[in-house]
Design a protein around this ligand. Structure first.
Ligand SMILES: NC(=O)C1=CN([C@@H]2O[C@H](COP(=O)(O)OP(=O)(O)OC[C@H]3O[C@@H](n4cnc5c(N)ncnc54)[C@H](OP(=O)(O)O)[C@@H]3O)[C@@H](O)[C@H]2O)C=CC1
Ligand SMILES: C[C@H]1O[C@H](OP(=O)(O)OP(=O)(O)OC[C@H]2O[C@@H](n3cnc4c(=O)[nH]c(N)nc43)[C@H](O)[C@@H]2O)[C@@H](O)[C@@H](O)C1=O
Length: 312
């Protein structure tokens, strides 16, 4: 059953890339009873605080978009933080959702849960059929635990917790820190700063040959609301666009959009990560959902957002 417009909805992680987009979308669609807490107000790794919050607020629906998130370097530098914080946050929120009678919860997984060498495009059924990519294995193991926890609670307690697997995301509100960000915001920043400084070249990590798929976060938010209102299965479901490109192609596209004239240099001492990560999106497409924002348009608007918000 779809959420009614006055339903009490908790968006966990509402200041992040995904949570802020879900909040925008909920407000745009007229949902008026939305609960949020900053990390300062509610640390989701603190079980007691999470139970107290659910007991006091009694949300009917939960979008679980709070997590420890980062790009390839952050994941490989802080594996302990990635597994610990994600296990704690998701365990606390999923368990509290069960204990305090949440009608439906949407858990955000990630495409990195699939085997490193999964056949392409990646179908949902490939989960746990092979070894994971080492640069983000602890994060992926935490996400897989979250999926299994939702499924186990549905089976044992009859809850309605769904798990969605988005591909790589980007958009307004992304993390542009060069040490911890994902590739797309990192390249926007690198090309912009090189243009402003008149630098002769921009360094791209790895060989440029890995392929990635990119989904604008406003499309992702749209998909999350669509699934919250139309999907009631324990089976995981992919969210993507169904097309990918190489990191070198992405770099050239961003270079052109930013208007940078210099060279691109590849630093092959940095990891490539998974060689290819293209999701099979036939399941969500068959339900009637489609992304709307073309990659080039999405990068252009995200670049404009970056320039406005980073004061450069
Ligand atoms: N970005 C991507 O490319 C992809 C993301 N996803 C998934 O989407 C979800 C959201 O990711 P994204 O929006 O990119 O991440 P962000 O880092 O942008 O946002 C994460 C949010 O979680 C909050 N948070 C983190 N730790 C805690 C804590 N201990 N207590 C309370 N709040 C906390 C952060 O709060 P604060 O702002 O205070 O730090 C922030 O609002 C994650 O589950 C991620 O795995 C899936 C696929 C791709
Ligand atoms: C969403 C997903 O995101 C991560 O996996 P990833 O897709 O490998 O992440 P990424 O965006 O950081 O890199 C993609 C590719 O791009 C190359 N690359 C080039 N130059 C830069 C660069 O400047 N920064 C970054 N970060 N990467 C660069 C980089 O070497 C790699 O080949 C995991 O957190 C994983 O857990 C997860 O869920």
């Amino acid at each position: 059953m779809p959420m009614h417009k006055e339903a009490k909805i908790y968006v966990a992680g509402h200041r992040g890339l995904v949570g802020s987009a879900i909040l925008r979308r909920l407000r745009a669609e007229g949902y008026s009873n939305i609960v949020t807490r900053t990390r300062q107000e509610l640390d989701l790794t603190d079980q007691r605080a999470v139970y107290q919050f659910f007991e006091a607020e009694r949300p009917e629906y939960v979008f679980l978009a709070a997590a420890k998130v980062g790009g390839i370097l952050a994941n490989s530098t802080y594996p302990a933080d990635f597994i610990r914080e994600n296990l704690l946050i998701q365990t606390n929120v999923i368990d509290a959702a069960y204990r305090y009678g949440v009608k439906k919860l949407l858990f955000l997984g990630s495409s990195c849960i699939y085997p490193k060498f999964a056949p392409q495009p990646i179908k949902e059924e490939y989960l746990l059929t092979g070894a994971l990519e080492p640069t983000n294995e602890p994060y992926a193991v935490a996400k897989i635990a979250g999926i299994k926890m939702c499924q186990a609670y549905n089976k044992q307690y009859g809850t309605n917790f769904i798990s969605v697997m988005p591909t790589n995301l980007y958009g307004p509100g992304d993390n542009f820190d060069l040490e911890t960000s994902h590739v797309l915001p990192a390249l926007i920043r690198k090309f912009h700063e090189a243009k402003v400084a008149g630098a002769p070249h921009v360094v791209i990590w790895g060989s440029g040959t890995p392929r990635r798929e990119f989904l604008h976060v406003d499309d992702l938010a749209n998909a999350c609301l669509f699934l919250m209102n139309n999907y009631d299965s324990s089976e995981i479901i992919n969210i993507g666009v169904g097309e990918d490109l190489t990191i070198a192609e992405l770099a050239n596209l961003i270079k052109e959009i930013v208007g940078y004239q210099g060279e691109i240099v590849f630093d092959t001492t940095k990891p490539d990560g998974t060689p290819r990560k293209l999701l099979d999106v036939s399941k969500i497409f068959n339900l009637g959902w489609r992304p709307r924002i073309r990659l080039e348009d999405g990068i252009r608007s995200t670049y404009e957002w970056f320039v406005r918000n980073y004061n450069c």
